[in-house]
Design a protein around this ligand. Structure first.
Ligand SMILES: NC(=O)c1ccc[n+]([C@@H]2O[C@H](COP(=O)([O-])OP(=O)(O)OC[C@H]3O[C@@H](n4cnc5c(N)ncnc54)[C@H](O)[C@@H]3O)[C@@H](O)[C@H]2O)c1
Length: 611
């Protein structure tokens, strides 16, 4: 019988539910109740075996896991009282910042009581993990335990154990941690589990419904109350920052048009002891229907908090084990986006599920097209800032790196960069970047870089498939533009151009931008710099079929050869359409003023995104 050996950090309510669940589903009669997957990649829920556990509460340390899960202050539903002893005793953990100060003054039966047992060093925890043969570690530490989480993550890496990070200290979604897991060949799924039918998924589904039905979402809140130690811990607002980011971004990611901060409030709102592990969530969404007529919807959701997350964790553990079986390390994109609130890359729930199922069956995950990045030109108007435009450092990061990172965040796995001016230097940097970030990246030189930019696109022709994304090294943009563009249908010989309809966008230099005239069906009529009649701007982000190569070649033979020239030829045949980016950020950094604006904008966005 296959077996998945699991280590638990934090034997609280969530751990109680998952341990009970594994026992409950050991009985095949319960197969049909409340699971997303019975058989997941050949593993059943009952195949999980708990081989190590760490906690700091004196009422849990030293007990068999099967007893510790029912010890105070755990207060979740007991749906399987008959859990057989595991033979594994809960070990004393390293306290660090695991327990918030305010919890010490709370009634003993409701709060954490720190054991006086000696705390382990990193080497001790690593040794325990190794001796247990643990394959996957599940992290259930309290919100705000930054130091403690990092401590256990270091231990997992050193002991060679995969991780499911169930809570919102960001690990899988931090590139430096993701790289460490990748380097160690260990899978990680994170961050912050999205419960089976909890506040987040209901809020996302309703927000998505507004978006799909053309209702403008104007304001929304999600107020959560509960009486377990998780809610008690979160009364300390100082520990809440990342939880709030995690829950808010999970909703913002599906609303279509991002809401201003003051129009969205999502968070744990109050601690009501008698609710115990029952979470009450109050949701409200306000919007505008046809004719700008107002509407609103309110939902009151009542769920037992911990069992609600346990089934999702059981699936995440099994995905982690599948990755181990396949020798796949690093962050698991599909499972992280489906099972977690704060994955490194957000997808719609349908897309996240599709990617997870593809991961489970081992079928080729939907292969994202390659992105071709044009970085051959001289950028003479930026010479005062840097000799090579792609390497000009914008808020400490070279522009080409920003564009490549944005492409990856937007869902691209493989890049082709076309170099030219100062080619050798740029190629050296790209090789270093590819190694540092573990990115598949090829570069190809266009020696005719002084000639029209379409020739750079042609240089990449042998390296891409039927579809590819085309980007400019000096056009910075919100990665969600690319993510959404990749989901657009594209005809066999079509090209889709992301456009900005805001003709008053203050970040656009109106005299220099490529203008686009779009008809009522979203097809491009005319495209070019000097158009007198236009209703959109070209953002430099394309989803293209190979027809673009033929069109550019045709244009070059007629004496042109620019990207716009090729696009005009496709437009003349009705094969060039637009994708409206809405009010999302983009900027063409082609002179010192634009550079300065881009720096300000990036600093502003970075500050906003801080947990
Ligand atoms: N219930 C859900 O649906 C859900 C969903 C997403 C995320 N989460 C998150 O999962 C985490 C666990 O939730 P829970 O309800 O089980 O919390 P809990 O308060 O019941 O359990 C936390 C456990 O961690 C232990 N602990 C504290 N510091 C420790 C340390 N330094 N080392 C080892 N153990 C330590 C505590 O003694 C306690 O047993 C929380 O961060 C919560 O926000 C829960």
């Amino acid at each position: 019988m296959p077996e998945i050996r699991v280590a638990i950090v934090g034997v609280g309510n969530c751990a109680s539910s998952i341990v009970q669940g594994v026992s409950y589903y050991g009985d095949p009669d319960h197969k049909a109740i409340g699971l997303m997957h019975w058989d997941l990649g050949g593993y059943l829920p009952g195949d999980l075996r708990f081989v190590a556990a760490f906690d700091i509460d004196e009422r849990k340390v030293g007990l068999d896991i099967a007893e510790a899960i029912f010890a105070e202050p755990n207060c979740t539903a007991v749906f399987c009282a008959d859990v057989k002893p595991t033979g594994v005793k809960v070990a004393m953990g390293a306290l660090l910042d695991g327990v918030a100060d305010h919890m010490e003054s709370m009634p003993r039966k409701r709060t954490f009581v720190v054991s006086q047992a000696a705390q382990p060093s990193k080497a001790d925890v690593v040794a325990t993990l190794k001796a247990s043969g643990a394959e996957v570690l599940i992290n259930f530490l309290p919100v705000g335990s930054e130091e403690a989480v990092q401590f256990y993550m270091d231990c997992a890496l050193e002991a060679g154990v995969g991780v499911v990070n169930c809570m919102p200290v960001f690990i899988a979604s931090r590139p430096e941690w993701e790289r460490r897991f990748k380097a160690a060949g260990l899978p990680i799924i994170g961050d912050d589990i999205k419960a089976q039918l909890g506040a987040t998924i209901v809020h996302r589904a309703l927000s998505n419904l507004f978006h799909q039905r053309g209702v403008k979402l104007e304001r929304t809140y999600q107020l959560n109350t509960g009486g377990n130690t998780d809610f008690m811990n979160m009364m300390d607002r100082g520990r809440l920052a990342s939880k709030k980011v995690s829950k808010t971004e999970a909703v913002q990611a599906v609303v279509g048009k991002r809401l201003e901060d003051e129009n969205i409030h999502v968070g744990p709102s109050d601690y009501v002891p008698w609710l115990n592990d029952n979470k009450l969530c109050f949701l409200r969404l306000e919007g505008a229907l046809f004719g700008n007529v107002p509407m609103n919807i309110e939902v009151r959701l009542s769920v037992e908090d911990s069992p609600n997350s346990a089934g999702v964790v059981i699936d995440a553990i099994r995905c982690c084990r599948i990755a181990l079986d396949r020798g796949e390390g690093g962050m698991l994109v599909g499972p992280s986006s489906f099972f977690c609130k704060h994955p490194p890359i957000q997808f719609t729930d349908d897309e996240a599920q599709r990617r997870t199922e593809a991961f489970i069956t081992g079928g080729a995950p939907a292969v994202a097209p390659k992105a071709v990045v044009i970085a051959a030109g001289q950028g003479s108007r930026l010479r005062a800032i840097a000799a090579s435009k792609p390497l000009a450092s914008l808020v400490g990061v070279p522009m080409i790196e920003r564009v490549a990172d944005t492409a990856r965040l937007g869902g691209i796995d493989e890049l082709v960069v076309v170099t030219g001016y100062e080619g050798e230097k740029l190629e050296g940097f790209l090789d270093e970047y590819a190694a540092r970030r573990d990115v598949k990246l090829a570069h190809v030189r266009n020696d005719a870089w002084t000639r029209p930019n379409g020739l750079s696109v042609l240089a990449a022709e042998p390296l891409v498939g039927d579809r590819f994304v085309l980007l400019m090294c000096d056009h910075l943009f919100d990665p969600t533009i690319l993510r959404d563009l990749l989901h657009q249908p594209l005809g066999d010989d079509e090209v889709l151009l992301a456009v900005d309809r805001r003709l008053n966008n203050r970040l656009v230099e109106a005299d220099d931008v490529t203008r686009v005239d779009v008809d009522d069906d979203g097809r491009i009529r005319r495209i070019g710099k000097g158009l007198a009649q236009y209703n959109a701007y070209d953002t430099g982000v394309f989803l293209a079929s190979r027809s673009l190569f033929a069109a550019i070649r045709e244009d070059a033979e007629a004496g042109g050869g620019g990207i716009s020239g090729g696009m005009q030829r496709l437009a003349d045949r009705g094969r060039a359409r637009v994708f409206d980016i809405g009010d999302r950020f983009w900027i063409d950094v082609d002179d010192a003023l634009a550079f300065e604006q881009a720096e300000i904008e990036h600093a502003r966005l970075a500050t906003k995104a801080q947990p």
